[in-house]
Design a protein around this ligand. Structure first.
Ligand code: NAP
Length: 497
């Protein structure tokens, strides 16, 4: 006997603004809406059941931010930071504190991801389909998805055969105790150099698989004294002064490394070399970790403990390369077998398809993955033709190799507010950047990149498969902030319902 199908009607909710992503950029957008008195018209959606984005997810041992906390924070949201550089826990506490201060949970729809965003020209509305089947209609969508959410796992043969715990750095399994275990870590990027010193003292044996050494500079660690914390908490402007000073240093000193200033490059090499020499006694290991690439070409990293952790009898740095992963470990290119109990893939992310596997469908049914097939091209890193009223925070060409991405997201949130004000004036129901403005902007990005370190010849996650840098903004952050300070409607096509 056939049973009659039952249909459940899921109510469609309508909002003015849907923010997708509850990490730093989604929160920056929510706060910008709140300042303008429009947060009640918005919903913040996230697949996870907590705010925090990358700082909620990356809980690997040693996870921390190498941008000083007073700069790696939201502009008007001061905090009693315990340290100059903060660990994941302190940053996540900060995020949750900001969420509580502004009662952002009241506007949140957590625990269900968005699987589809589709534009309808007739109604000038986006329909967001959630993974649980609910639909939300929105006049405007702001995607703050985070560029580093799609993990890259190495395509080494045999990966699925490994019988012990194996996971990507961003999915660290808290139930796996590495104490007394033989652990392998593939990769030596920003995540790995934090994991290695954090676990080296617990494990029985650690093998770090390095493909390309990259520059690791020393940094000024500082736990604020009670008196310093009191001053920073109570003296008006003290936190702003620290933030401004750090910002000036990274913009005017660190940025020069990326701009290939010869003196800055020489200084970076000298600092990196000194960091190796003061931490590693073994000449062979010193040679193995010394990079040949131009500083900044792969992300400059900062650590005072990574190299020293490598220079221990129970820690090996392998540079031969893994030929195969077996049920019990790995086999190197020269045939050597290494037995492992736990395998960690600290092999990075794919920022070029940050919205995958979500379907984003714009005017005329065009899909974002086809629209951006060659490279992500967003006008001001924020909007793209044929996707009206759709905004990306930390979208294409908005990363920085020297400063805080929170500043970039905040500049974009202000820009979005300019667009919303225009729409609110009733002058149009939708807006999307013109092809001409977007192409000119993309050409400018490419032209400016020619003079910067990422074009100096090394491969990095900043470049897509065609070698196009569609991740980093090719200039100082202040330049990006300046150009986004005004919403330039003249660069936009507009339409009515
Ligand atoms: P990553 O910097 O992309 O590093 C990935 C590492 O894995 C590289 O050393 C890479 O070697 C290696 N690798 C990839 N595939 C491999 C393979 N098949 N065999 C051997 N090695 C392989 O990734 P990440 O460390 O996760 O960092 C990503 C980004 O997250 C950083 O650049 C940074 O923006 C952010 N992050 C920031 C902080 C912070 O303190 N603010 C901390 C962690 C992460 P190759 O170089 O040879 O490709």
């Amino acid at each position: 006997m056939m049973r009659a199908a039952t249909t459940t009607t899921v109510p469609t909710r309508r909002v003015r603004v849907a923010i997708v992503g509850a990490g730093f950029s989604g929160i920056a957008m929510a706060l910008a809406l709140e300042r303008a008195g429009h947060l009640d018209d918005a919903v913040i959606i996230d697949a996870a059941d907590e705010f925090g984005g990358t700082w909620r997810d990356n809980t690997y041992p040693g996870a921390a931010c190498d941008v000083p906390s007073h700069l790696y924070s939201l502009r008007d949201e001061e905090y009693d930071w315990p340290q100059f550089y903060s660990g994941q826990g302190a940053i996540q506490d900060y995020i949750l504190d900001v969420v509580a201060r502004h009662d952002l949970r009241r506007h949140a729809r957590l625990g269900t991801g968005v699987s589809r965003q589709e534009w309808d020209d007739a109604t000038a509305t986006w329909t967001l389909t959630l993974e649980d089947g609910e639909e939300i209609e929105a006049e405007v969508v702001v995607n703050g998805l985070g560029p580093l959410r799609r993990q890259v796992l190495p395509s080494i043969p045999g990966r699925e055969r490994f019988e012990g715990p194996a996971f990507h750095s961003s999915e660290w399994d808290p139930d796996v105790d590495v104490t007394g275990k033989r652990v392998g870590i593939i990769g030596t990027g920003a995540s790995a150099i934090q994991i290695v010193p954090a676990v080296a003292d617990q494990v029985a044996h650690l093998t770090v698989f390095q493909r390309t050494p990259s520059w690791v500079l020393p940094r000024v660690e500082r736990t604020f004294s009670p008196a310093e914390r009191w001053l920073l908490r109570t003296v008006p402007g003290a936190q702003r002064a620290v933030r401004t000073t750090v910002n000036l240093i990274v913009e005017h000193v660190v940025y020069r490394i990326l701009a290939l200033d010869e003196r800055a490059q020489r200084r970076a090499i000298a600092l990196g070399t000194k960091n190796i020499e003061r931490s590693i006694r073994d000449p062979e290991l010193r040679r193995a970790v010394t990079p040949s690439l131009t500083p900044g070409c792969k992300r400059i990293m900062f650590s005072n403990s990574y190299y020293a952790a490598l220079d221990q009898p129970h820690v090996d740095l392998d540079t031969t390369g893994i030929a195969e992963i077996t049920p019990t470990g790995v086999v190197l290119g020269d045939g050597t077998a290494i037995d492992l109990d736990v395998l960690v893939y600290s092999t990075g992310f794919d920022p070029h398809h940050f919205w995958y596997p979500m379907d984003i469908v714009g005017q005329g049914g065009v899909k974002l993955q086809d629209h951006w097939a060659e490279a992500g091209t967003a006008y001001m890193g924020t909007t793209t033709p044929r996707f009206p009223n759709l905004f990306f925070l930390l979208g294409p060409n908005t990363g920085t190799g020297h400063n805080s991405v929170v500043l970039m997201a905040e500049a974009q949130a202000d820009y979005v507010m300019g667009a919303l004000e225009y729409l609110r004036s009733g002058a149009a129901a939708w807006l999307a950047p013109t092809d001409a403005a977007t192409e000119a902007y993309a050409e400018e990005m490419a032209r400016r990149h020619e003079d910067l370190v990422w074009a100096s010849g090394c491969g990095s996650w900043y470049l897509n498969e065609s070698g196009v840098n569609d991740t980093i903004y090719p200039g100082p952050v202040r330049d990006f902030q300046r150009r986004l300070a005004r919403f330039d409607v003249e660069a936009y096509d507009t339409g009515v319902r």
